[in-house]
Design a protein around this ligand. Structure first.
Ligand code: UDP
Length: 240
């Protein structure tokens, strides 16, 4: 019989920055392959995996808005399109090693990917397919962290696993303060009141209101993605 793991269905959030690694282009194929391999290892165990991809490695709306006359909404739509590029890259990588994967976009791009249909996404997951949610929430002024929290709640996933380039949440900036400590657990309250830059406030409060725990962990350490998905201790756990 199937061994039981902590989570049955997870929402993995992969930021654009994490996909870029130190590659001089926008995406590091070594990283997408590492993600694909680790995701494959857990889907084989029967754990259902949905992924929300960011786009910050290609385009971040907020840092362009204002400059060169670009309004925020236009900039954000470009940002959402950037996430679609990452999603297709990741899908192609996963399918190259035999993982059935569907991309669903928050706004229609029917020639390229399925539109987001909640019940269909759930059905894909039940069949053991990986579902990649692209184009964020489909709305400007939001982030893909918020999209991760939203999709997690919608598909009844049990946790948001936020893959980043840092080991977790620290009590100070580890790049400036060598004595900064990694925090193993945090409450939502602590995240919002101490203004710890883990996720944006909208995403944190959405998780809090729906009792969705968040694990922040380093994707560049081999084995970490599968550990996080299997519910093993890694990074910082936010909840409570
Ligand atoms: N974005 C948006 N609405 C969303 C999600 C994303 O407008 O629901 C835009 C926004 O401009 C953002 C960009 O897409 O800067 C890329 O997403 P994000 O910055 O969240 O990516 P990450 O930081 O995870 O790489």
């Amino acid at each position: 019989s199937r061994q039981s793991y902590k989570w049955q269905r997870v929402l993995l959030k992969v930021s654009g920055e994490a996909l870029a690694g130190d590659h001089k282009q926008n995406i590091d194929p070594k990283i997408t392959m590492a993600i694909a391999r680790e995701v494959a290892s857990v889907t084989r165990l029967g754990i259902e995996v949905a992924i929300v991809v960011g786009g910050g490695n290609i385009f971040r709306g907020s840092s362009w808005a204002g400059s060169s006359g670009l309004d925020r909404s236009s900039a954000d739509y470009i940002g959402m399109l950037a996430t679609v590029m990452n999603a297709i890259f990741l899908q192609a990588t996963m399918e190259s090693i035999g993982i059935p994967t569907r991309v669903q976009t928050a706004f229609r791009m029917s020639e390229v990917a399925e539109p987001y249909i909640r019940r269909r996404a759930v059905r894909h997951l039940e069949k053991g397919r990986v579902v990649i949610f692209a184009a964020g929430t489909g709305n400007p002024f939001f982030t893909t962290d918020t999209a991760a929290a939203l999709r997690c709640a919608e598909i009844n996933a049990e946790v948001v696993l936020k893959a980043t380039n840092v080991d977790g949440v620290y009590d100070d900036d580890p790049r400036r303060n060598p004595n900064a400590r990694l925090l193993e657990t945090l409450t939502y309250q602590e995240v919002t009141s101490k203004d710890l830059s883990v996720m944006d406030m909208t995403a944190v409060t959405l998780c809090q209101e729906n009792n969705i725990p968040v694990v922040v962990f380093n994707l560049s350490k081999p084995g970490n993605i599968s550990k996080a998905i299997k519910g093993e201790r890694v990074g910082t756990l936010i909840g409570g």
